[in-house]
Design a protein around this ligand. Structure first.
Ligand code: GLN
Length: 555
């Protein structure tokens, strides 16, 4: 570990997974940033996958993409949203990456004939990656989330690396355990024992936590803090209450009440500096929705195991909708619309009338595609605000070609490889990648520039001529269809300038019918909602007023 003054905070999980470690890391980051420090965050996933691109969203949640094109865990999205900064590929580490580099280095004889061993070479590679991330991000404080739960075999090498870093620079490394305190129904009392065991397991790895964030249905009371203090060898003031909340953006405010950032800085012997949470608090207040509640539908197919998964598969889309709505003083109610249902039961399309706007997000493969196309057609012809993201944009192009241009065979070759009317087809460089089964990290990924067409609603929303947006796709709109599309009112509102790729389509005679080849949801931040989501939400608010008038008329 190089001699720098960078401070490192490792956040580990105890007792069970799914406690919101990513949000905890993000919240701590926000508070430390609010104290005037340059903060960065990274996540370690103890999987052998090299990146998150090959993981199924129903199992692992959304795949987030960094500006420099790494497919990562959704937590990187949380970090970016809370810290309001772009992170890079250095912010995501998997066991696959670590082993791959060690083995590649061994093959290049860089260990100079030594025996290459799981310890110390693997933790040394982990440490190298953590310190590199801090250096590249010029972090004064680098947060490191270790995925999984303490006691798992999979994350041992990371605890070992963290322990080694602490041994070398004790004053520069802290540990935070995010743990769970259950309230068993038959007892009605919050129990501390599982957390005590989690701390002992951590102790067995040579690590003593500096803080415990006690997650539970209720806040931790004083007796609970005392009990954990005695049994875990910690001051009661270092046990922080972290109860369940409805709105994740209130979590930093709760931590602030427990003076968490101050306590962390004190332990590092760093000055407290000014505190700045004003704009954040104002954003949380706006989420109450002074002007009412908008109802937005998201058409999806990653519905496998209930609503929990759903929220995870489309997290950036959901957050982007909220950010935009709150910025306009609207609360938002999001409904899940299952694409395949509209294939089985076309009459269900009528229920779309209840929505102030509908998003068709990204996706892959053929399942649910005809349902999505039916939804898009309904939204187009009934003038309901529509926002298509990536696959959503591609399918809007297919729908338009089929029903307006009367090209009945129109399709994407992703679903029908042999179609004669390929409105959407593979990017040329993707052909050999697919043929040779190079499927990991090989899509068109990350930031590309886009030039906006003047006079469009898109241009009005962005108020900028050239923008940068993040991508994750293999297929694209075919320029051969461009003129016919435009002649019939489906305008090309944004183009990638060097390769002339169509990035945004926008219907001229419609309140809001916009599709983007990129993923604008990845750039939305609570304090900086994405312009296109704001455009969509503004149109949804108008739609709500319009339908209210129509309903009043009918009565
Ligand atoms: N499946 C489409 C493609 O690969 C869209 C991808 C997406 O929605 N992220 O181009």
């Amino acid at each position: 570990m190089p001699k720098t003054s960078t401070k490192y905070i490792f956040v580990v999980g105890g007792v069970l997974s799914g406690l919101g470690k990513g949000i905890a890391v993000s919240s701590i980051g926000l508070l430390l940033k609010g104290r005037g420090y340059r903060v960065s965050a990274m996540k370690i996933d103890p999987y052998l996958n090299v990146d998150a691109g090959t993981m199924n969203p129903t199992e692992h949640g959304e795949v987030f993409v960094t500006s420099d094109g790494l497919e990562t865990d959704q937590d990187i999205g949380n970090y970016e949203r809370f810290l309001d900064r772009d992170l890079t590929r250095h912010s995501y580490m998997t066991t696959g990456q670590v082993y791959l580099s060690v083995i590649e280095r061994e093959r290049a004889l860089q260990y100079k004939g030594k025996c290459v061993e799981a310890v110390p070479h693997v933790p040394e590679e982990v440490i190298r990656r953590i310190t590199t991330a801090a250096r590249v991000n010029r972090a004064e404080i680098q947060l490191v989330e270790i995925g999984g739960t303490v006691g798992e075999y999979q994350n041992m090498i990371y605890l070992e690396a963290a322990r080694m870093m602490h041994l070398r620079h004790p004053g520069q490394v802290q540990f935070i355990l995010l743990s769970y305190l259950p309230i068993p129904g038959q007892l009605g009392e919050m129990k501390t024992k599982p957390t005590q065991y989690a701390v002992r397991t951590l102790n067995a790895a040579g690590i003593q936590p500096d803080f415990i964030l006690g997650r539970g249905a209720l806040p931790l009371d004083h007796p609970r803090k005392e009990k954990l203090s005695i049994n875990c060898n910690m001051r009661p003031t270092d046990i922080i209450s972290a109860p369940d909340v409805k709105n994740i953006y209130t979590i930093p405010i709760n931590y602030e009440r427990e003076r968490l950032a101050e306590k962390i800085l004190e332990k590092f012997h760093l000055p407290l500096r000014q505190r700045d949470l004003k704009t954040w608090r104002a954003m949380v207040r706006r989420s109450a929705g002074r002007k009412g509640t908008l109802t937005i539908g998201i058409v999806g197919k990653y519905f496998a195991s209930g609503t929990f998964t759903l929220a995870d598969s489309y997290i950036s889309v959901i957050e982007a909708i909220k950010h935009a709505a709150w910025s306009r003083n609207y609360a938002v109610k999001i409904d899940w619309l299952e694409a395949e249902r509209y294939e089985r039961q076309p009459s269900a399309l009528r229920e779309l009338e209840q929505y102030d706007g509908v998003v068709v997000p990204g996706g892959f493969g053929s399942r649910g595609v005809e349902g999505k196309i039916a939804v898009i057609q309904y939204l187009r012809t009934h003038r309901i605000p529509f926002f298509g993201l990536c696959y959503g944009m591609q399918l809007a192009a297919v729908e338009f070609a089929r029903h307006v241009l009367r090209l009945r065979e129109a399709h994407t070759t992703e679903v029908r490889p042999k179609t004669k009317t390929a409105v959407i087809d593979l990017l040329p460089e993707q052909e050999h990648l697919l043929r040779e089964h190079h499927l990991g990290g090989s899509m068109r990924l990350g930031n590309y520039p886009c030039r906006i067409t003047a006079g469009t609603k898109t241009a009005q929303a962005y108020k900028q001529r050239t923008i940068q947006e993040r991508h994750r796709h293999r297929y694209e709109f075919q320029n051969a269809f461009r003129t016919t599309f435009e002649e019939h009112g489906f305008l090309v509102a944004g183009v990638e300038p060097t390769r002339n790729l169509v990035e945004i389509l926008e219907l001229r005679d419609h309140p809001w019918f916009v599709g983007t080849q990129f993923h604008p949801e990845l750039l939305s931040r609570p304090l900086r909602p994405h312009p296109l989501f704001v455009g969509f939400i503004t149109s949804a608010a108008k739609q709500q007023r319009r339908t209210a008038v129509v309903r009043r008329h009918r009565k």
